[in-house]
Design a protein around this ligand. Sequence first.
Ligand code: COA
Length: 327
Amino acid sequence: MSLRSRITGTGSYAPKKILDNFDLEKMVDTSDEWITERTGIKERRIADSSEAASDLSVEASKRALQSAGLKAKEIDMIIVATVSGDMPIPSTASFLQHKLGAKNAAAFDLNAACSGFIYGLAIADSFIKARGFKKILLVGVEVLSRFTDWEDRSTCILFGDAAGAVVIEPTEKDRGILSTHIYSDGSLWELICLPGGGSKCPSSKETVEKRQHYIKMKGNEIFKVAVRTLEKIVVDTLKANKIKPSELSLLIPHQANLRIIQATAQRLNLSMDRVVVNIDRYGNTSSASIPVALDEAVRTGRICDGDHILLEAFGGGLTWGSALIKW
Ligand code: COA
């Protein structure tokens, strides 16, 4: 049996503060009915002003390490998928390494927007198979509330804050990550971006006045690309592994919009009881959405040994990707 990598522990954390659709009705011209019908979101979590991405990551990571039965010092690599890290320099992974006391780990961030966790799985899988890494901590974390324009009703209803973490280890058994698939199309970068504060458009009084340090999005165009892309990728991923949709136990999609999730499930003829949905409680938490949903599925007993689990995501870049796992 060839070497595979396997998720051996999961954990997640969401800030305590809940912002529901009725709170948003008081902030912008929107309604609970519109948000629920168009997105499936009822509420989202908002980080406390004292909490940065690394703080959310620490909590999720401790839970993942505990469920894997590992100490932080045993971790040899930390990958943090995020677009809302503590600072541009250093990486949030560096803060996390320090706060956990994971002294023996290489640490870096990766940015593939909402596909970040899938990209991270692909990278971790490769480092385990090709470079002999033994215990990788992969975190998806976002504090998008800091980059959300609370005056823009087309975006502020969507996003939330959370962190999810997994521990990935090698196994000789016929288990684990069966395949990962990652793609991007940079020509579509303008569909979702945060224009201010980078080297192209450094922070200035003008960028702040133009509200360029907030997420800008063409939601309707992304919606169409996402449905088309995800319908194709889920079918291709199963085909690549010679697995029929009927053999799939669970689909864990990125939680961007309930209608996108339903369209993907429909393409595979999956009833919604085989799809993990928590967008109603968290909104879109970008890199964190899949590991949070995975952790909830594990902890509520929705995943059994030997189950085939399909993960898929799309996001800014645009990027998209999928992973098939035999649990
Ligand atoms: N409340 C009430 N009305 C709103 C609104 C809100 N929060 N936001 C937009 N509208 C209005 C628009 O102004 C528009 O009005 P008009 O018809 O008078 O011009 C109408 O609702 C329809 O807008 P549209 O953008 O076409 O709606 P939609 O059905 O595409 O839903 C999204 C909007 C953003 C929910 C949806 O496109 C989406 O989820 N896209 C994907 C976004 C995404 O996943 N982004 C992250 C990338 S990972």
